[in-house]
Design a protein around this ligand. Structure first.
Ligand code: 4AD
Ligand code: MG
Length: 480
């Protein structure tokens, strides 16, 4: 019994041998040629069904999307692009599939819109496109674990239910076991969370960073990799309400080292996927390159998908301070009218994604690491610079994506941290455990967060983040 990937890899070594293969029918041509796929590879194996050897009742049950277990003999194939095929001796139809059922429409070998496929998220695993995407996603996740483990990092699990809002942005999903139709109230009408399961108000994590920092203060080099939840406006092609974040945190590490790590790490995981997902990426590149052809010249990527990946591997990321970036943007002429949709408001304002993408795609044409942002627009935990205005933040910006990583050197000085918390209106008693890391042997430390789905978008060349996670969670969408 062979998986189709293994079977095709052994190819002519298996000539004349009897094998068993299982899979789903992708197409059934001329009542004779079955293209069978089992999800292990984008490639199908061709099964030849000589109808004189089979009952008509079996042939009738073979149709697109049906599942089969085939016993047959491997022979050389005369078809183009395939070394071998299987002459069927015995076919078990494990499950038939009606071809006139609307629910199964996306399984028919036609072009379906991504939107239609999204509505059938439970079936889209069966398509070439989503098979390729989710195998690449898997390869990237594996590469991430491999990179960190080979570099002495310890994988730690931070809680999914927490009492803290690490980013201070107030975009949390609340968690409670109280009866929401009959919430207990205190005398002044507030919800009485002392009666909640945890005895306090809790939420789904928006970042494992703060807990990750406490782990790094004992284990030295750690990383988290888990689901992350944000109730922000996720009606964009770059935001999900539930996404997966990778957050390394390193003791005795400054911002320059953090930038070196981010660049080395990104190049490693991208090259790992390129090495290990050649067939899938070749398919995705075809799709991407064709899509680019259809775009107006101004929006078109100058490079094909594979060239773009190679370009990132072979070029150093540009490192630029926020202040320098604002100067460049002020003088830039992004389009014919020479204007951005959102004007550059000058020093102190947050950058919009069109500004980020201008720097990456038009000005430098390489990934860019922006650092030293104004303190006011970044989170409370970032280390204050000597200028008293900027913090040791860094954002890594990628072509076609914009921000793919956000990170910083952390404020390790307790007095400065306390001042910052006061300014940001954060109760020091709530974060007593976080302050403790600065009270007992504090050290300079840094880390960053990578959104897995933004990385998968970049590597697969897909345009919408809903298409790179199996079951996307976005406003008004929690169907499955
Ligand atoms: O920039 P963010 O908010 O940084 C943090 O959460 C830090 N605590 C990370 C750290 O220093 N340990 O988020 C980090 C990354 C973003 O750059 C983006 O790639 C991704 O997480 N991200 C999202 N991805 C999908 N959907 C969303 N709603 C996202 N929000 C952030
Ligand atoms: Mg950010």
């Amino acid at each position: 019994s062979y998986g189709i990937k293994a079977l095709l890899e052994r190819g002519k070594d298996l000539l004349q041998q009897e094998v068993v293969v299982n899979g789903w029918v992708r197409s059934f041509r001329s009542n004779r040629f079955v293209a069978l796929n089992d999800g292990s590879t984008i490639n199908n194996v061709q099964v030849v069904v000589d109808f004189e050897n089979f009952d008509e009742s079996i042939i009738k049950q073979i149709s697109t999307a049906a599942s089969l277990s085939v016993t047959g003999v491997v022979v050389e194939s005369e078809g183009a692009g395939q070394e071998i095929e299987i002459i069927a001796k015995e076919i078990k139809v494990l499950g038939i599939a009606p071809s006139d059922d609307v629910q199964g429409t996306i399984l028919q070998p036609k072009q379906h819109s991504l939107e239609t496929l999204r509505e059938q998220a439970h079936l889209r695993f069966r398509t070439n496109l989503f098979g390729a995407i989710f195998r690449v996603r898997n390869s990237l996740m594996f590469a991430i674990h491999k990179y960190f483990n080979e570099n002495g990092f310890v994988y730690v699990n931070t809680p999914i239910i927490t009492g803290s809002d690490a980013e201070g942005a107030g975009e949390m999903f609340h968690v409670t076991n109280l009866d929401v139709n009959n919430l207990p109230r205190t005398e002044d009408g507030e919800v009485d969370y002392t009666q909640d399961f945890f005895g306090k108000s809790t939420n789904l994590t928006v970042s494992g960073q703060l807990e990750g920092e406490t782990a790094a203060m004992g284990l030295g080099k750690v990383y988290t990799f888990g689901p992350t939840f944000r109730a922000e406006n996720s009606n964009t092609s770059r935001h999900l309400a539930e996404f997966w974040m990778i957050e390394p945190e390193i003791a005795f590490f400054d911002l320059d080292q953090n930038m070196d790590l981010a660049e080395d790490f990104m190049k490693y995981v991208i090259s790992y996927a390129m090495e290990n997902c050649k067939d899938d990426l070749a398919f995705l590149a075809q799709r991407y390159d064709k899509e680019q052809q259809g775009k107006p010249a101004a929006e078109r990527s100058e490079l094909g998908l594979i060239e773009r990946l190679e370009y990132v591997l072979n070029n150093e990321f540009v490192r630029l301070s926020y202040t320098e970036a604002v100067e460049i943007l002020k003088e830039s002429k992004p389009n014919k009218k020479g204007k951005f949709k959102y004007p550059i408001e000058g020093w102190g304002a947050d950058l919009q994604s069109e500004h980020e993408r201008y720097l990456v795609e038009k000005h430098f044409k390489t990934p860019v690491i922006l650092f030293d942002y104004p303190a006011e627009i970044k989170a409370f935990y970032m280390r204050m610079n000597e200028d008293g205005k900027t913090v040791r933040a860094m954002d890594v910006l990628f072509p076609g994506i914009g921000e793919i990583i956000g990170g910083s050197q952390r404020e390790e000085r307790l007095e400065v941290l306390d001042e910052k918390m006061e300014k940001f209106g954060i109760d020091p008693e709530e974060l007593w455990w976080y302050r403790d890391t600065r009270r007992f042997g504090t050290v300079p430390h840094s880390g960053f967060g990578l959104g897995l789905e933004r990385l998968v978008l970049f590597v697969t060349g897909m345009g919408n983040i809903r298409d790179v996670i199996p079951f996307p969670r976005t406003p008004n969408n929690a169907e499955f």
